[in-house]
Design a protein around this ligand. Structure first.
Ligand SMILES: *Cc1c(COP(=O)(O)O)cnc(C)c1O
Length: 434
């Protein structure tokens, strides 16, 4: 069924070697291609919307390093500024002018945060935001939503327990039950569950954390009214609202989902795009809330390489290009056109398939229903994704190697590139539904 028509011999032998050094041959699990066919591709370079593997196969890339590369690969301004910065050394463990420059660019152009703290990953940002929420409120429990991912933070690698109990059950070995118990898990898009969990637990709950644009388990676009309801209930119960914008930040607009929906959370976390392809994360909020962070306040959080000048220069050079009028509307228009082209093709043939989008995020969904909760995703449809993924690789299009992952259109994808990708996608769909 998975006949391979492209040469993957270098990737195959590099993967064999990698398995000697790394668990499962990788340094992040989803890279292992476990839910699709074949060995993971070892990529050696990228430029614009394309990347090239070790066997010299070229792909139009819709994974974009899982989101950070909103400007595509090897963006000239980012590359040049990073090289210029690196000539002066990589890290000093001191404040730097470049940190100020990125801080100012973000705070000046985002109405929803007054102060930020830079860290080195999305996970670190979320972990710190949770500690901050606990420090500010003096309460311990965290409410999260089934189907939202917040990095590999201990207390958030948790899913709903069985029955009506909302107490979390860990989804990874190595997490003490006592940690998982501090997390309450409810479904997205369910106001009744929200009301109930707050009625029972508000006095012990520090925060509600949500991906305002849930994009780690399919693309579960929420009604604005549900997000507004979260804001309302949090304020009413003295519970902090955390928007985890590691994906949506600088993606659905420069102000992320907070700006897109016009909702003021108490803390926002960032990652991915904010580093321009380098390891950067951040969390931010009002001056008052951020004053609880050390050295101003009692909530400790630190980082040896936090805000190092090289990472700051990449973030600055990238974000400067996003803070331009029309950038996001053009991305959105292009993505909607692309998604609709796929949907129209499927509809004409009578196939069960849709492509929801928001901003420049899209998701290939083997259902025609609007899906807002992770439980509505049909796991059997992932077999279709497996075929699609394989066929796309054969035709030079790269999607993240799991049907639960979303795709990203970058500024480097021209209409012509998207047209080229569409030919490959339609031909691959023909095989999927044959
Ligand atoms: C990617 C992601 C994270 C984790 O970020 P890392 O940089 O991988 O640690 C957290 N939250 C959301 C919403 C994400 O998409």
């Amino acid at each position: 069924m998975f006949e391979n028509r492209i040469n993957r011999s270098e990737s195959t032998s590099l993967f064999e070697e990698a398995k000697e050094y790394f668990p499962g041959g990788v340094n992040s699990p989803v890279r292992a291609f476990k839910s699709v066919s074949g060995p993971p591709l070892f990529i050696k370079k990228g430029d614009g919307c394309r990347m090239v593997d070790e066997d010299d196969n070229s792909y139009i890339d819709f994974c974009c390093s899982w989101g950070p590369l909103i400007l595509g690969h090897n963006n000239e301004k980012v590359r040049d500024f990073v090289i210029e910065t690196v000539h002066n050394g990589t890290s000093f463990g001191t404040p730097s002018r470049l940190g100020n420059m990125l801080g100012k660019l973000i705070v000046d152009n985002n109405r929803f945060i007054e102060k930020v703290r830079f860290v080195s990953s999305g996970t670190e940002a979320v972990m710190s935001a949770i500690r901050l929420a606990r420090g500010v409120t003096g309460k311990t429990k965290v409410i999260k939503f089934e189907g939202c991912y917040h990095g590999h933070v201990d207390s958030l690698l948790v899913k709903a327990g069985s029955g009506l109990a909302t107490f979390g059950v860990s989804t990874s070995a190595g997490i003490p039950e006592s940690f998982a118990k501090e997390t309450l898990v409810i479904p997205l898009d369910d106001r009744e569950a929200l009301k109930q969990v707050l009625e029972n637990h508000a006095d012990e709950t520090a925060c509600i954390i949500v991906e305002p644009v849930p994009a780690n388990n399919g693309l579960l676009i929420q009604d604005k009214a549900f997000l507004e309801c979260l804001r309302l209930h949090c304020s009413k119960h003295n519970v902090l609202l955390i928007f985890d914008e590691v994906i949506s930040g600088f993606r659905v607009g420069f102000e992320g989902a907070a700006g897109y929906y016009g909702i003021q959370p108490d803390i926002i976390t960032y990652g991915k795009i904010i580093g321009g392809g380098m390891p950067v994360g951040a969390y931010g909020g009002s001056k008052e809330i951020m004053s609880h962070i050390a050295p101003e306040g009692p909530v400790y959080q630190a980082g040896t390489l936090s805000a190092n000048p090289v990472a700051m220069s990449a973030g600055y050079a990238a974000l400067q290009q996003l803070a331009v009028d029309g950038f996001y509307s053009e991305m959105e228009e292009k993505t909607q056109w692309f998604a609709k082209s796929i949907e129209d093709y499927a509809n004409d043939k009578g196939w069960e398939m849709s492509v929801p989008t928001i901003g420049s995020i899209f998701w290939i969904c083997f259902s025609n229903d609007r899906i807002t909760q992770s439980s509505q995703i049909d796991s059997a449809s992932m077999e279709k994704f497996k075929v699609l993924h394989h066929e796309l690789l054969q035709r030079g299009v790269y999607l993240g190697p799991s049907g639960y992952e979303v795709g990203f259109v970058s500024a480097a994808h021209t209409k012509k590139d998207l047209e080229e990708a569409l030919i490959a996608i339609k031909a691959s769909m023909d095989v999927v539904f044959a």
